[in-house]
Write a protein that binds this ligand. Structure first.
Ligand code: AMP
Length: 215
């Protein structure tokens, strides 16, 4: 179907901050995705629908064309590392991806001297790539959440996680020691859709870009 568009979003911060952007660009779901358990939402534009999926699945849906457009955190995109277009930095859900360690360890630690690290994270690929370029060997322990707990119970020395206010690290006596990347959410597009649905994709992206320009 070259005359319709599917946009993939995920619940939580991305949905909360993307819906007003889409509304300002003239795209409004007919039901409220924040409270409905539906997964597919028709919009006021009959040729545009939204699908609501897990954040980590957005790049997969877009890469394989199950969605033409999607909104995904840069952290998720870096970890996925797939073939899709990064179209617009939406500037939402801003935070940073950091290496953190216990405060008492940081007092006598110099990242320049790191040679071998044991790191707990859900960002296995990003962490491996980041330290490989620095020539630091890593043993990476994959977790799905509560990374901050790992150094406190001896599972790992350090963690790689998103930091916003820093309150979560502070509450667990951890400090930031290395910056990996600044993170925000991006509008991404399927590469084939960019060609096959060129006009529709361009006009939708332009409408969202115009909203960002007004901010
Ligand atoms: P904070 O205490 O404000 O530094 O937030 C840190 C916690 O919130 C960590 O558990 C992070 O994984 C999570 N977090 C912070 N910013 C984001 C974001 N933009 N998207 C998803 N999770 C985030």
């Amino acid at each position: 179907m070259t005359d319709s568009l599917t946009i993939a979003l995920s619940k939580g911060r991305i949905l909360d901050e993307t819906l007003p952007l889409l509304a300002a660009a003239g795209i409004e779901p007919l039901d409220n995705p924040r409270i409905s358990r539906k997964l597919i939402f028709a919009t006021n534009q009959s040729h545009i629908r939204l699908v609501i999926i897990r954040a980590a699945d957005v790049p997969t849906f877009v890469e394989f064309g199950a969605a033409d457009l999607g909104v995904s955190g840069k952290d998720v995109l870096m970890e996925h590392d797939g073939d899709l277009f990064e179209l617009l930095d939406l500037g939402i859900a801003r935070c940073r991806l950091m290496v953190a360690e216990p405060a008492e360890m940081a007092a006598n630690d110099n990242p320049a001297n790191w040679s071998r690290l044991r790191i707990a994270t859900k960002y296995v690929h990003i962490t491996r790539r980041f330290f490989a370029t620095k020539g630091v060997q890593t043993e990476i322990i994959k977790l799905y959440g509560s990374m901050e707990l790992a150094p406190l119970v001896g599972l790992a020395d350090r963690i790689v996680d998103l930091v916003d206010t820093g309150n979560t690290l502070k509450a667990n006596n951890l400090v930031e020691v290395e910056h990996i990347a600044d993170i925000s959410s991006w509008l991404v597009g399927n590469t084939a859709s960019m060609k096959l649905k060129h006009e529709l994709m361009q006009s939708t992206v332009a409408a969202i870009a115009a909203v960002l320009d007004e901010k």
